[in-house]
Design a protein around this ligand. Structure first.
Ligand code: ACO
Length: 325
C-alpha cells in the first residue's frame, strides 16, 4: 500500500516583545536612522514584528511551536522519529538546532537535522520529511521553521532592518494511507547568492566578513514574483490540479506586494491568500508554518481543503508544497 504524509497538527510561537512600526521608528530615530510607518506599510504591508529577548535561542522558539503542534496532533514527543528544523539563525555552528530541540522536547533516538534554505527552508523541510515518510524511514515527524532574524539585522540599514521579525512555526507530519502532501517542487539558482546574503563566517575563533543581512530588494522582488508563479504551476501540474482548485495560498510572508503580484499572475482572488506579514514581518523559514497555524486556528483553513505553500528566499531558493489538510 502506498504511504503518504499528512499534516495532523500545527503550532506556532511569537516572542512576547512586539514592536509596532511606530515603536521601531522611534528606536531607530534614537540612533539617527530615519524611516516612517507610512513608508513601511506602503512598500511592504508590515505593521508590526516580534523580537526575541537576548537570552532566547532559536530552539526555545521552536520548542514552544512544537509543543503546540504536538498538542494539536495528539502526539507525544517520545513518538517523534524525525525532526527537521529549517533555520538560518541556529543556536550554534553545530550541533544542529534540531538536535538541541529534540533534547528539549524530551525525545531521543529519531533522526534530527537542520535545513538551510533561508526563506524557502520550510517547504524544503516538508518535502524532505514527506519523502522520508513515503519511503518508510519515518512515521511521525516534526517539521519546524524557526528564526531569530533580529540577531543578523543591521539596524543602521533602514532598507532591511524594518522588514524582518522573529518567531517559529511547526507541523506534525504523519504517515497516512490517504494524502496529505500531494506534490512538492524545489529549486535553487546559486548565481544569485549576492542579492540576499549574510556574508560572514567563523574562522580561527573570530567572525570574518560581515555577519549582517545584505539585500538588493528590487532584484529579490523581481525574481520572487516570477519563480513563485512558475513553482505554483509546476506543483499543481504534478498533482493534476488547477489554480481554481486551490482553497488557500500560503506564500512566504516577505512583502504584501509580492503576494498580491503572485495571486494576480495565478488569477487567484486575494481573499484566498493567507496574510500574516502585517503582524509578523518577514520571519524567513518560520513565516509559512506560522501563517498556516494562524489560518488553522482562526478556522480559515479547514480539514479537506487544498492548500498551496510557497517559499522563496536567499540562495536563491524557491519551492512549493501542495497539501490536502
Ligand atoms: N524608510 C524610508 N525610506 C526608505 C526605507 C525605509 N525603511 N528604505 C528605503 N527607503 C528609501 C530608499 O532610500 C529610496 O529613496 P530614494 O528614492 O531617495 O533613493 C526609496 O525609499 C525607494 O527605495 P527602493 O529600494 O526603490 O524601494 P522599493 O519600493 O523597492 O521597496 C523593498 C524596497 C520593500 C525592500 C522591496 O524592494 C522589497 O520588498 N523587495 C523584496 C524583499 C524581500 O522580499 N526580501 C525577503 C526575501 S526572503 C529571504 O530569503 C530573507
Amino acid at each position: 500500500m502506498k504511504l503518504y504524509s499528512r499534516i495532523t497538527g500545527t503550532g506556532s510561537f511569537l516572542p512576547p516583545r512586539r514592536l509596532s512600526n511606530a515603536d521601531l521608528v522611534a528606536e531607530l530615530a534614537a540612533n539617527g536612522v530615519e524611516t516612517s510607518d507610512d513608508w513601511i506599510v506602503e512598500r511592504t504591508g508590515i505593521r508590526a514584528r516580534h523580537f526575541a529577548a537576548a537570552d532566547v535561542c532559536c530552539s526555545d522558539l521552536a520548542l514552544q511551536a512544537c509543543t503546540h503542534a504536538l498538542q494539536a496532533a495528539g502526539v507525544v514527543a517520545a513518538d517523534i522519529d524525525l525532526i527537521i528544523v529549517a533555520t538560518s539563525t541556529p543556536d550554534m555552528v553545530f550541533p544542529s538546532t534540531a538536535c538541541i530541540l529534540q533534547h528539549k522536547l524530551g525525545a531521543s533516538g529519531g533522526a534530527a537535522f537542520d535545513v538551510q534554505a533561508v526563506c524557502s527552508g520550510f517547504v524544503y523541510a516538508v518535502s524532505i520529511a514527506d519523502a522520508l515518510i513515503q519511503n518508510g524511514s519515518a512515521g511521525k515527524a516534526l517539521v519546524v521553521g524557526a528564526e531569530i532574524f533580529s540577531r543578523i539585522l543591521d539596524f543602521s540599514d533602514r532598507t532591511t532592518c524594518v522588514l524582518f521579525g522573529d518567531g517559529a512555526g511547526a507541523v506534525v507530519l504523519e504517515a497516512s494511507e490517504s494524502p496529505g502532501v500531494l506534490a512538492t517542487d524545489l529549486h535553487a539558482d546559486g548565481k544569485h547568492v549576492g542579492i540576499l546574503c549574510v556574508p560572514g563566517s567563523v574562522s580561527g575563533g573570530k567572525v570574518v566578513g560581515e555577519p549582517l543581512l545584505k539585500m538588493d530588494g528590487q532584484a529579490v522582488f523581481k525574481l520572487a514574483v516570477g519563480v513563485l508563479e512558475q513553482s505554483a504551476r509546476a506543483v499543481l501540474e504534478k498533482a493534476g490540479k488547477a489554480t481554481t482548485d486551490i482553497d488557500w495560498l500560503i506564500p512566504h510572508q516577505a512583502n504584501i506586494r509580492i503576494m498580491q503580484s503572485t495571486a494576480k499572475r495565478l488569477r487567484l482572488p486575494f481573499d484566498r491568500v493567507i496574510v500574516t506579514v502585517d503582524q509578523h514581518g518577514n520571519t524567513s523559514a518560520a513565516s509559512i508554518p506560522m501563517a498556516l497555524d494562524s489560518a488553522v486556528r482562526s478556522g480559515k483553513v479547514k480539514p479537506g481543503q487544498l492548500v498551496l505553500l510557497e517559499g522563496v528566499g536567499g540562495g536563491f531558493t524557491w519551492g512549493s508544497v501542495l497539501v490536502t489538510m
